[in-house]
Design a protein. Sequence first.
Length: 115
Amino acid sequence: MQILLENMKFFAFHGAIPEERIVGCTYTVTVKMDVDFSEAAKTDDLKGTINYADVFNLVKEEMKKPSNLIEHVAQRILDVIKNAYPQVEALEVRVSKHRPPVAGDMERATVVVNG
């Protein structure tokens, strides 16, 4: 069983180039959680699953903390979710930087961490 929180959008200040941490950029984050929510599916009770709003807020707080690398941001998000929800059996976090500063046209750069 999986829960996907897809393309959460944030404006944040991450980047290895100092200007990126000043002007900011749009980022999207997708979280995929393997979790047994069969009890919630049967009972219609939030206690048997993961509260999406709480996970969103965890991600939002990590996105507010400037970092040089989105790899670091993705790992922090993974760690904070795993700490908050030990019932998550497997976790994947994708962080995408939209229109990264490269010498050409690139829609986004994405990193993926698993845990």
